[in-house]
Design a protein around this ligand. Structure first.
Ligand SMILES: Cc1cc2nc3c(=O)[nH]c(=O)nc-3n(C[C@H](O)[C@H](O)[C@H](O)COP(=O)(O)O)c2cc1C
Length: 669
């Protein structure tokens, strides 16, 4: 398939010509602590502009102190106008990107009480994110906030932005006015949909007036709030139509609110699932519509455009992972793509912990210009022992720098623990990480030896200058009575699908990510897969309620026990709730504060706060952690070879640590 549509220029409502259909939407990056447009922001966006994106959003940008945050640049005064102008001028002269911004007000989601300002919202309804109750906006607040949007828009125009987007989605201020859940007002800004739309419509009109008719203005809406009792695709499409009347030139359609319990961004969200929302809006407006969320696969993006569901597509995390994604697609360099796996660990989890955005897969994200990945003057012969993420990342980077690299993997496939991580339901995309690194290793000239375990003898005969020990980890073993019984299996064996017999009563020992995901995996055995469900629905073969039951009915009694009070504690904030929801839907019993004492033939004996108990178990899955597997380091010590241990072989940690360590050691080689 050729990417004909993706690279077709588009004219946005007669006001803006964009070279292709790719939008980098707004991303809270947390690259400042005092509202400054820092060099770190500039470096991040510069790399993306040079990477070929058509319309690049620099933002969110705070329109005032109550609705914004010091972690984002502001345009509530003139401080950032000149630095932004210089940056935008540079982008316009060095590239053909169009630069947009997003004017941002969090309303009830604002943390402003933490910096001494009272958050404001249409109605005083506590924020589930901040646990704080905002003050109800007065008429004067409404006028002032709308003026703040207009003033920030005028400054955006002064700074030279080509496109100005107003955020009206995700549960932030404009969507709070729109929703009956958060707008209980009895004045002309509350009640009927027309009244609830008034704040947004007036804001659009004031922004339009402030910037004149020549600059393209857009609005970002939730296609569906996905909130019980909130706005659906009907009301939100109605708002899109009203916003168009008030003067917007484009509508960017994303998914639901931060509070929704329908996953929006996690890896289990099927690629392209929310495109139907953009299509619904497209039926209601004449201006270009952007589709968003999980559209990073270039073929899917092209098909989305060809289907007519949207005029442009948003790539957010895919462009964090690979700034050059648009150029690579355009130039047919698909094998070079660093493929986003929607793990959220470096990006969404980071912002929700008030930390700067980085990326598990792209060690340079948020560190642009900090590392010299140029060619080495002194090429070395390097042996990498282990083909997990750390070893593969090291190999790619070292080979790109001109070193002579051979990677050895004892299994007959690459990936290490990633091959286990992609087994649980909804995590298949984690394998893209392996595929992507494998292709990039091939391109950069890494020699790969599968099915070869590196020993001290191999090292002695190969005589490398450097040995990189990336042999990963092994499962931790615990000593409890009964641990050697045949129905006790390891979580890694389960996830590697080496366990043929899983009984009716399953107890998972260990409630960290691996334990919870193992339970989720077992719960899904024998349920219907999405394709079967779709088939049944498509042909109306089964009653909908019965078919829905088939999605969750595990037919097994599954219990997770852990000594700690909180299960899945090592899963990122933005993915944990979705995993826990999956366990709940499958009726998995969660038993925190529970210690394994003994495994018998048909039960586990545990110690709980309420005394000792017996839980029936004909399969016991051990998921109690990992220890470094680095024997090779001591075996070759003192033999005159430089040895570098990376990733889990150094200390079991997260994929991000493994990849970053592999990269950094290769840069320092
Ligand atoms: C770290 C991070 C910060 C984000 N901040 C914003 C924001 O400030 N405004 C906004 O409209 N969307 C924001 N989003 C949502 C993205 O613009 C985008 O809609 C979402 O990531 C889905 O697209 P993707 O699957 O291509 O990543 C953010 C997403 C991430 C990952």
């Amino acid at each position: 398939m050729e990417f004909t549509k993706l690279f077709q220029p588009i004219n946005i409502n007669g006001k803006l010509e964009v070279k292709n259909r790719i939008v980098l939407p707004a991303l809270g990056l947390d690259y400042t602590r005092d509202y400054t447009f820092t060099e770190k922001f500039a470096a991040f966006y510069r790399a993306r502009a040079h990477g070929g994106v058509g319309l690049m959003t620099v933002g969110p940008i705070a329109v005032d102190e109550v609705g914004g945050a010091p972690s984002m640049p502001q345009l509530f005064d003139d401080t950032n106008v000149e630095p932004l102008r210089q940056f935008i001028d540079e982008m316009h002269s060095d590239t053909d990107v169009k630069v947009g911004t997003q004017l941002f007000h969090m309303g009830r989601y604002s943390y402003a009480h933490m910096w001494g300002k009272e958050p404001i919202a249409p109605s005083p309804i506590a924020s589930k994110l901040t646990k704080h109750t905002p003050r109800e906006m007065t008429y004067e607040d409404i006028q002032k906030t709308q003026q703040d949007f207009a003033d920030a828009a005028a400054r955006s125009a002064e700074a030279g932005f080509d496109y100005i987007e107003i955020i009206a989605c995700t549960g932030y201020l404009l969507s709070e006015f729109l929703s009956p859940l958060t707008n209980h007002r009895t004045d002309e800004y509350g009640g009927s949909l027309e009244n609830r739309m008034r704040f947004g419509v007036e804001t659009v009109a004031k922004v339009r007036k402030a910037v004149g008719d020549d600059i393209a203005v857009g609005v970002r809406i939730a296609g569906n709030d996905f909130m019980d009792g909130g706005n659906t695709n009907t009301e939100n499409a109605e708002f899109a139509a009203a916003a168009q009347k008030a003067g917007v030139d484009a509508v960017n359609v994303t998914g639901g609110w931060h509070e929704t319990t329908i996953p929006q961004l996690t890896t289990d969200v099927p690629p392209g699932v929310y495109t139907y929302l953009a299509r619904g809006v497209k039926d209601r407006v004449e201006v270009p519509v952007f589709a968003s969320n999980r559209l990073g696969n270039p073929y899917l993006a092209e098909r989305t455009l060809r289907s007519g569901a949207a005029d442009m597509i948003c790539w957010a995390r895919p462009i964090i992972a690979d700034p050059e994604l648009p150029n690579k697609v355009k130039e047919g360099r698909l094998d070079e793509i660093v493929t986003c796996i929607a793990c959220n660990q470096g990006c969404f989890d980071a912002v929700f912990s008030q930390k700067p955005v980085h990326c598990v897969l792209n060690p340079l994200a948020g560190r642009e210009g900090k590392y010299d990945v140029g060619r080495t003057a002194a090429a070395k012969k390097v042996m990498v022992a282990g083909g997990g993420p750390a070893g593969m990342e090291f190999a790619v980077t070292a080979a790109q720098r001109g070193h002579d690299v051979t990677l050895y993997e004892k299994d007959n496939r690459l990936g290490g623990q990633i091959n286990l991580a992609c087994t649980p339901p909804g995590k298949a995309e984690f394998h893209n990480l392996v595929d992507s690194l494998e292709k990039r290793m091939a391109i950069s000239g890494v020699a790969i030896e599968l099915g070869r375990c590196v020993t001290a003898e191999t090292v002695a005969s190969e005589k490398p200058d450097v040995l990189v020990v990336a042999s990963g980890a092994r499962e931790l073993e615990v000593k409890v009575p009964g641990i050697d019984k045949p129905h006790v299996v390891s979580a890694w064996d389960l996830l590697a699908e080496r366990v043929a017999d899983v009984g009716e009563n399953v107890v998972v020992v260990g409630g960290s990510a691996t334990g919870c995901e193992s339970a989720h995996f077992v719960a899904h055995m024998g349920t219907v897969d999405p394709e079967t469900f779709t088939f049944l629905m498509y042909h109306a073969a089964e009653d909908t309620d019965f078919a829905k039951k088939l999605l969750h009915q595990s037919r097994r009694n599954i219990t997770i026990i852990d000594m700690l009070p909180r299960l899945a504690d090592n899963v990122g904030k933005t993915s944990r709730w979705s995993l826990m929801k999956g366990l709940r839907l499958s009726d998995v019993e969660l038993r925190p504060n529970t210690k394994l004492l003994e495994i018998t033939d048909d039960a586990v004996l545990v110690e709980t706060e309420d005394g000792n108990k017996s839980i029936p178990a004909d399969t016991v899955i051990m998921a109690v952690g990992a220890v470094a597997l680095d024997e090779l380091t001591s075996e070759v010590a003192g033999k005159g070879i430089e040895v570098i241990a990376i990733g889990d072989a150094k200390e079991p940690r997260k994929i991000a640590d493994a990849i970053f360590e592999g990269f950094e050691e290769a840069v320092n080689l």
